[in-house]
Ligand binder design. Structure first.
Ligand code: BTN
Length: 237
């Protein structure tokens, strides 16, 4: 049965292929309608760049479907910042970072990932949060963690309630004033800011100092005496 949670029409499924697939095909009645799809399990959870998102029961799999004038790339910043802030609200001592563009880390280990797509009725923001378990090192290309192992005991619903408030706040700021309204807050969580990083873009690798992000969300990479603007890629250590 659908419910209303913080102005979102919330539909929770026992099992789906991927909450993003359900959200992408969902037809809203009007542009104002905001839909939250969750599932207890995903059998074809998808990650960025065609990767699989291992979706064990007990973790949170959610997709937000809504309309906005904010660009998908700025929505990625809104979402990653909102998750990071929600985790800090749950426990202010947590060592939370955002690894550009939008992996959420606790103590350097990935706890959450975001997959943004465009659906029939608007933008689809897919979020996976490891609440109680995380894939083994052999199953992923990164080291993962989960909130339970980091000492945070939080239910799906409680996390959703907190996160939807923070998300609404950040989205509103961006709708009014653009990315610059949340850029400083985002940079406060940025992983390896002012340090040496390597970025992979397909088979291409670039190294330099991570100087920040510009007003369009491009990563600024200092190489010798020039600043390179990077739009897509993955930071690898
Ligand atoms: C990544 O880090 O590669 C992104 C992972 C995104 C996973 C979430 S889980 C809910 C939604 N449904 C999916 O199939 N993927 C996203």
């Amino acid at each position: 049965m659908p419910r209303i949670l913080k102005e979102w029409l919330w539909i929770d499924y026992p099992s789906v292929s991927s909450t993003n697939d359900i959200a992408k095909n969902y037809k809203t009645d009007n542009k104002e309608e905001k839909v939250l799809i969750t599932a207890e399990e995903q059998v074809k959870g998808r990650g960025r760049r065609g990767r699989t998102w291992i979706s064990a029961k007990g973790n949170l799999f959610m997709s937000l479907l809504f309309s906005t004038k904010v660009s998908p790339s700025d929505i990625a910043f809104v979402t990653s910042l909102s998750i990071a802030q929600t985790l800090k609200k749950a426990d202010n001592h947590l060592n939370v970072n955002i690894k550009w563009p939008n992996d959420i880390l606790i103590n350097g280990k990935k706890v959450s990932g975001i997959l943004i797509e465009v659906g029939e009725s608007g933008i689809v923001v897919g979020i996976g949060i490891n609440l109680v378990c995380s894939p083994a090192q052999s199953e992923t290309i990164y080291t993962a963690t989960n909130l339970k192992d980091e000492g945070i005991d939080i239910s799906r619903e409680s996390f959703l309630e907190k996160m939807l408030d923070v998300f609404a706040d950040n989205l509103k700021k961006c709708e009014i004033s653009g990315l610059q309204a949340i850029r400083e807050d985002w940079l406060n969580f940025a992983y390896n800011l002012h340090n040496s990083i390597s970025i992979r873009q397909g088979n291409n690798f670039q190294s330099g100092i991570f100087m920040g992000i510009d007003e369009q969300g491009f990563l600024l990479l200092k190489q010798q005496n020039k600043i390179e603007k990077i739009s897509v890629g993955d930071i690898i250590e």
